[in-house]
Design a protein around this ligand. Structure first.
Ligand code: ATP
Ligand code: MG
Length: 139
């Protein structure tokens, strides 16, 4: 995967609220090309591993519970400066602090249930994309 790609998950709250279409529309309208896409679900072990950096934090149990309670949408997105620009598009981790027009401002309810994930580096984007998609599922 080249470095003009990032990885995103629409989290279970987005799927439960029927926001898949609206969020994908916002992503596309912001100049990101969808090059891989699927509805899937994280196992407990996968969610624990994905957020392992937080495993000592008090919210870790709730985070894993939330991320495994239903379906997610996994996607790989392509755009110049993809990782940084997508982090800007999703907004601050806490939607209360997120800028107007960002995905978390528009679609998230709380710090815990914040609608979307965006990779924080090119290296993690590649690892996360390759975890969810085989070569023939990425275009
Ligand atoms: P993500 O990795 O999901 O894109 P992020 O990079 O904005 O989110 P991280 O610091 O990586 O934020 O935290 C991962 C997730 O853990 C957050 O999206 C949030 O749901 C949860 N989280 C982080 N900090 C807190 C906190 N202080 N209280 C409750 N939940 C938190
Ligand atoms: Mg993060």
């Amino acid at each position: 995967m080249t470095t003009n790609r990032t990885f995103t998950m629409l989290k279970p709250d987005s799927i439960e609220k029927g926001n898949i279409g609206a969020i994908l529309e916002k992503i596309s309208a912001s100049g990101f090309k969808i090059v891989a896409l699927k509805l899937t679900r994280l196992s407990k072990a996968e969610a624990e591993s994905f957020y392992a950096v937080h495993n000592e934090r008090p919210f870790f149990g709730e985070l894993v519970e939330f991320m495994t309670r239903g379906a997610i949408v996994a996607a790989v997105l392509e755009k110049e400066n993809a990782v940084e620009d997508f982090r800007t598009l999703i907004g601050a981790t806490n939607p209360a602090d997120a800028a107007e027009g960002t995905i978390r401002k528009m679609f998230a309810d709380s710090m815990g249930e914040n609608a979307v994930h965006g990779s924080d580096s090119d290296e993690n984007a590649k690892l996360e994309a390759e975890f969810h998609f085989s070569g023939r599922e990425m275009f």
